[in-house]
Ligand binder design. Structure first.
Ligand SMILES: [Zn+2]
Length: 326
């Protein structure tokens, strides 16, 4: 992640806040024009702390009396202001800044100093725009998906023809998008190359990105590269890598493409389990796409991983003739 991205995002936040405060100013001006007494009251109230400090500084003998009197004045003014608001049916928060994000008030950081989820979502969107996927997404989405390229003849021992099967895959995938926030569905796309797995991943990514869901798309190969850089190269880890690493856990949807092509070892296996498990605990969704069959999946990964995946992911098999040359 280069600094430029963070700067761009912070600039966006500044713009939002400036816009909000400008809008509040305009509303206030209009309010004061329509109800000039409100302007007087607000002006009086804004002077009250100066008045209070003056009283303290002059140190009069009847300090308490004077302070009480001032407090009474302030209360009266507030009551009068409230009455005017009521009379004119103005909501109490009428002049509050209108923030897009209530959690961080468009600052990017929550009150406890953490990066807000809206900040992370923007980082992911930037990363996504920088990846080659954006171009791909224009071409590969549910609208451009053509079911007719799949053969309607029986294929080997499969019960459904490839086309019937794709109807099923399509239905589950659209369901996955439509119920993204309410279900705890994960998807496993498996089967040979050139059968539309990546295309389907792109359709889903495209659909969910348009609903402001944060999507991280990584091939298994680059996923493990990010993890290794994070674990073994901590001192020299780039900002980009660090953010990518966090996003693996934080994004709403993680798509792991081409699982099984990475150079695996016990370390990457443990990490894969960790990712899947952690994301499930946090109710975040994952799609895994692999050229391996379910048997190969069992042979390649530990029982822990395989059973986690098989028990919590809907397996969708892709089969038929390789479509890449059509
Ligand atoms: Zn926020």
């Amino acid at each position: 992640m280069n600094k430029q991205i963070i700067e761009n995002i912070m600039t966006e936040y500044n713009k939002k806040r400036l816009k909000a405060s400008h809008e509040a100013d305009l509303k206030r001006e209009k309010l004061y024009r329509d109800l000039p007494r409100l302007a007087e009251i607000d002006k009086e109230l804004s002077l009250s702390s100066i008045k209070l400090s003056k009283i303290y500084l002059s140190g009069p003998e009847d300090l308490d009396v004077q302070v009480d009197k001032l407090k009474q004045e302030i209360d009266d003014l507030k009551r009068e202001r409230q009455a005017i608001y009521r009379q004119n049916k103005i909501p109490d928060n009428y002049l509050d800044l209108e923030c897009e994000c209530k959690k961080c008030r468009d600052t990017g950081y929550t009150p406890d100093g953490k990066r807000c989820t809206c900040f992370n979502r923007q980082i992911i969107n930037y990363l996504f725009q920088m990846s080659n996927m954006v171009n791909m997404l224009e071409k590969e989405n549910f609208n451009t998906f053509d079911i007719n390229i799949f053969s309607n003849e029986q294929y080997k021992n499969e019960k459904l023809t490839p086309r019937q099967n794709m109807y099923y895959v399509l239905e589950i995938s659209e369901d996955f998008c439509n119920n993204f926030h309410t279900s705890n569905m994960n998807l496993l796309f498996y089967g040979g190359t050139g059968l539309g797995k990546t295309f389907m991943c792109n359709c889903i990514a495209n659909e969910l990105l348009s609903k402001e869901v944060s999507v991280l798309y990584q091939t298994a190969f680059s996923l493990f590269e990010i993890i290794e850089n994070h674990k073994f190269n901590k001192l020299n880890e780039s900002e980009e890598n660090r953010i990518n690493y966090n996003m693996i856990f934080e994004c709403d949807l993680l798509i792991i493409d081409d699982l099984g092509t990475e150079v695996g070892n016990s370390f990457t296996n443990a990490e894969l389990f960790n990712i899947i498990n952690e994301r499930m605990i946090n109710e975040k969704k994952t799609i895994i796409s692999t050229n391996l069959s379910l048997e190969q999946l069992r042979d390649t990964y530990s029982d822990r991983i395989t059973s986690r995946v098989l028990n919590n992911f809907i397996p969708l098999k892709f089969y038929g003739k390789d479509l890449r040359f059509k």
